[in-house]
Ligand binder design. Structure first.
Ligand code: PGA
Length: 234
């Protein structure tokens, strides 16, 4: 079994998410799908997490039941949709929204206490990558600070920033090198790769040792493309 996750980011409306999910459910009804699939729509398009073949997760939430956190949603809003999965630490939230490691760790601790499945992202910039493997690994470890690696519902996604949205994924050698080293630290925690995964490369990426799944952005936003990704990962 592999884990295939789709991150819609700031794409799709509620209506188009509904259409996407209905089509996906029909597609998966006709397939023998051995994989675990999670869709992360934008917050305004969260749907009841009641599909048979995949789960709906949230791209973001604040570490609170409810309260005064303008612009955020908390546990109460997620529970309304029976959402039990959350993305934390995506590079766009770290870099653009300024989420610090401490903030990610606080979010993690809260939602781990709530028994959420947590897709926790790490990934280095091109500048860090260019400093070499050792610096990259030190950086990636710093992004795990404060994260309880023995949490049973933790999934880690390695997403090098330089490969995200660029259309050019890390090479198979690069993925293998980092995943092998990360696995030494992470043990049995499922480790996904993300960064320009698409129908054409998903199968070879998933066949690598140490890759337990993929987190897909742009190539998952069109339902046909996402179904191709799934077909190529069966
Ligand atoms: P991408 O995005 O597939 O468009 O590179 C991946 C991600 O940011 O999760």
């Amino acid at each position: 079994m592999k884990i295939i996750a789709s991150n819609f980011k700031t794409n799709h409306t509620r209506r188009s998410t509904q259409e996407f999910c209905t089509t996906l459910e029909s597609f998966l009804n006709t397939q023998k799908n051995p994989n675990k699939i999670t869709i992360f729509p934008p917050t305004t398009a969260l749907l009841d997490n009641t599909f048979k073949h995949f789960s709906i997760g949230a791209q973001n939430a604040y570490f609170t039941q409810c309260g005064s956190f303008t612009g955020e949603i908390g546990l109460e809003q997620l529970h309304e949709f029976q959402i039990q999965s959350l993305l934390i630490g995506h590079s766009e939230r770290r870099e653009i929204l300024g989420e610090s490691q401490e903030f990610c760790a606080q979010k993690f601790a809260y939602f781990a206490r709530q028994d959420f499945e947590i897709f926790y992202c790490i990934g280095e910039s091109l500048e860090t990558k260019n400093k070499g493997l050792d610096s990259t690994l030190v950086f990636l470890e710093s992004q795990l600070k404060g994260i309880a690696l023995d949490y049973p519902k933790l999934i880690i996604a390695y997403e090098p920033i330089w490969a995200i949205g660029s259309g050019i994924s890390a090479t198979l050698e690069e993925i293998t090198q980092i995943h092998t080293r990360l696995k030494q630290k992470l043990g049995k925690i499922p480790l996904l790769y993300g960064g320009s995964v698409k129908p054409q490369n998903v199968s070879e990426i998933l066949s690598l040792d140490g890759v337990d799944g993929v987190l897909v952005g742009s190539a998952s936003w069109e339902i046909q493309s996402f179904c191709k990704i799934l077909e190529n990962s069966f």
